[in-house]
Design a protein around this ligand. Structure first.
Ligand code: MN
Length: 474
């Protein structure tokens, strides 16, 4: 224990010395940045080595030490993490040349596939820089903010770090879309205020009801929707910038100790407030989302008959929803397995759950065409995901706009070769129909396997499906 504490202390002294005299854009000493990054990593409850790497993450880039020095002073593993994050930082994602952009994005994912902690380090680094974005000169600030919106926030989302994604988006929003940001702040002000008052009243009521149910250890609070996600939602055609159609502007969140208490709390909520018939209850505890998200969501007619969303979860589920991958680390619920790829560095760690990262490592080896690779990265990794169910209730996540053919290949390659037709929510549908979150998709199978149709290449969205179809014609 003592030795580990000493390592943090040693890294602290090392970094302090390495950055002596350096200043940030804000005029503050540079050292506050690696300190802040280490603090964020500690909040995410990452392991000691990652926190140490956080303290040291800029020393090589700033030329104050070499990789060799770090190996000697801190050991192979920490030096590897620092090297990884230095390489990722050297990658300039926004580039005028598309080809360079794709190549750089590829490099980032290679580093990430080698050890996911490198990405967490990078995300912590970007997050702290985002929090101090106002000090950057304007054009650079805007570029940085764009990168946050296009790469890092979606990446955080894919790693299940919902809170990090929301914060990054909100920090970038005023720099990328200043007019829209001003508009939404003004426009939503009275609605937020009203929603806030309703939630406050609801919290009082529900507190009493939960106690009556015999719950003694719980937290209830309101959660205001992030600005950027509100703006995105307002732009949806079915909302049409009508803020009164958004019922989760401020949601009520109940955090309890056990799964049993979640259902007790749900009962208490429904005793007080009638659930909305059509929107109803989503039980992501019984049926977690593919990224592991668990919670019960219910939409009820709350105080003053106003529609309100209530989210119920355990503390562990809550932390996993906020910190995603990092929380899984802490709870040890992920088994880290080395990818079977000798080309990647030693110390490879990829959780079984994040299959797509491993797939990515494979694609970047096999896909030579840079346009195809760009598609794979941008659509399969960074695009918004939808959740589609098999008739038996298994759930698969796919990029937005995916079709029954994509679904079939995601379930099993073999199923893709037996496609006769498809049903969506029990109704016959054409194979190029766009699936939506929550759809149940049934593939009607042929008796014998056949070559997938070449025409499908015209509409499939996932790289898995595209590659399987192409393979049949090689
Ligand atoms: Mn940095």
């Amino acid at each position: 224990m003592k030795a580990r504490k000493d390592l943090v202390k040693k890294a602290y002294e090392f970094a302090k010395l390495a950055h002596e005299g350096d200043k940030r854009e804000s005029g503050e000493p540079y050292f506050i940045h690696p300190m802040a990054v280490a603090k964020i990593l500690k909040e995410w409850r990452l392991d000691e080595k990652t926190i140490v790497a956080g303290l040291l993450h800029d020393v090589v880039e700033h030329g104050a030490a070499t990789n060799k020095d770090l190996v000697k002073e801190f050991g192979q593993e920490i030096a590897f993490l620092v090297e990884g994050v230095t390489n990722v930082a050297a990658v300039k994602l926004r580039s005028s040349q598309k080809k360079v952009f794709v190549e750089n994005l590829r490099k980032m994912f290679v580093a990430m596939a080698a050890d996911l902690r490198v990405v967490l380090l990078r995300l912590a680094d970007r997050l702290h820089n985002a929090r101090t974005l106002e000090y950057l000169p304007k054009p650079r600030g805007k570029r940085f903010a764009r990168e946050l919106l296009e790469i890092y926030a979606p990446l955080a989302g894919r790693l299940g770090m919902g809170e990090v994604k929301g914060e990054m988006e909100d920090l970038a929003f005023p720099f990328v879309y200043p007019k829209e940001y001003e508009w939404i702040k003004e426009y939503s002000k009275p609605y937020y205020k009203q929603a806030d008052e309703h939630i406050k009243a609801a919290i009082k009521t529900i507190n009493g009801e939960l106690e009556k149910e015999g719950l003694d250890d719980f937290q209830v609070h309101g959660r205001a929707k992030h600005w950027y996600s509100l703006w995105k939602k307002l732009l949806r055609p079915e909302i049409g910038k009508e803020i009164s159609k958004i019922y989760d502007l401020v949601a009520l969140r109940i955090i309890v100790n056990s799964v049993e208490d979640c259902y007790l709390a749900l009962g208490a909520v429904h005793k007080l407030w009638r659930p909305a018939a059509r929107l109803g209850v989503s039980d992501f505890i019984a049926q977690p989302k593919p990224n592991g998200y668990q919670s019960i969501h219910t939409r009820v007619f709350g105080v003053g008959e106003r529609m309100m969303e209530v989210q119920i979860r355990t503390l562990k589920m809550h932390e996993e929803a906020e910190f995603g991958l990092a929380a899984h680390w802490y709870y040890g619920s992920l088994k880290f397995q080395g990818a079977r790829d000798e080309k990647l560095e030693k110390g490879v760690m990829i959780p079984e759950k994040l299959k797509w990262v491993r797939q990515l490592a494979e694609w970047q080896k096999t896909i030579k065409d840079s346009q195809e690779l760009e598609k794979a990265l941008k659509i399969d990794v960074l695009k918004k995901r939808i959740f589609v169910f098999t008739p038996k209730g298994d759930v698969f996540d796919l990029p937005e706009g995916a079709t029954p053919v994509d679904f079939a290949f995601a379930v099993h390659t073999d199923l893709g070769k037996h496609i006769q037709g498809a049903k969506i929510n029990g109704k016959m549908a054409s194979l190029n129909s766009g699936l939506r979150s929550g759809d149940v998709c049934e593939i009607i199978k042929r008796k014998k396997a056949v070559k997938p149709s070449r025409d499908w290449l015209g509409f499939v969205k996932t790289t898995t499906a595209r590659r399987q179809i192409q393979k049949a014609y090689l």
